[in-house]
Design a protein. Sequence first.
Length: 428
Amino acid sequence: MAVQEARQCGALGSLGAGGGVGAVGAGFAEDGGCPHCEGSGHRRAVAAFLALRDELAAGHGVPAALAHSPVASRQWVSDELAQSARTVAARGREAGGARFGRIHRGTLAVVWGAVLALLLGQALTALGTGWTGARTAALGAAVLLAAALTAAALLHRHHGGVVAPLLGEDNRLSTSRAVAAAWLLLSVYVLLLLALRLATGAPHVDLGLGRGAGLLAVLALVGWTVVAARLVVALRVAGRRLQKVRADRPRPADLLCDDDGRASLTDAQYVLVSAAVLVLTAVRLGREPDRLPDLPWALVLLVAVSVTGYLFGKCVEGGRPKIFSVVRAREAGDLDAPIRTGDDIEIRGTGFVPAGASAPDPLTRLVVRIGPVHAHVPLVPVPGGFANPTDTALTVPLPADVEPGRLEVSVVTAAGVETNRVLIDVLD
């Protein structure tokens, strides 16, 4: 859809035989002129990059002076894609401020919408029984909590407002922080409700520890989970057993998915179990608004089991990149031979493209160290993606500066983690 819109607006109008790269550059440089594209520089840059990638994958747009040399044309294609990918990343960073502004306004709308929904629900349920002091206290507690959230959001409006404390160091929504924040908000709401009931002289307000022990235990569990998850991730990143790549923006799917956007069972079960117990606690509070919600210990144990599974998943996710072997890349019809200067080598292993690094810009930061020479892995486009690099295999030409002899080969990923080193023999 973005490609079609960009073409309609003229950003890619001249992408065709012989005009691809110049048109893409023009699309990157121009932001105005079309009412459909006003303020959408990042989207247009993405559309231009996709069009360029597919055009080059089809064999079009390569200068005639380089077409006779497969090595030169491949390097030229890789350089053009890398430059376009960096432009896309720059446009994404420019759009970050506006994106956080939209998140700030949207979350405030959700907060006050919840207050309005509570008011409407109380008004409907009061038709038969009449308005009570408990309903007034519940609505007052909701207004006070929403006002506090609004004030906090204004202080962090340039970082997403209400969601700012939920963002991890990798710019993704943190599952553990979101769950802990939900329980914290419920606990604060309960305290405000009971405080208002006491202030209005309501009798039989129960603040006993016996009823609130379950809620306190769950709050301690989810709070401990935030600290433990952050500690586990930090230690594994420092030990190079986990690769973390910063995301371009937070997404709601981060709560249920891993860094690569794939559904995570450990994250999903933690969110679902916590949400179910949270709803049950809110229902018990609604039935007995003058008492702390009595959370059964069986449900506390269920949350503890869910927390254990979530933390165990954090301990085993990811892994250190590793090279298994390095071989000479052989094309169809080529004779078997040892590795010589100027040949392509294929590096086989795992973890070369960590989770969250499959976007074009992180792929351009993938480097192979061959002896003293650092070679960037060329991007090889195919329709809809890239044939090189992949998570399990990299193909890179031996640079001309590589001297014959026994050399060490290692890979440095986009997360800055270096693999083990493998020895190869390069003949003259």
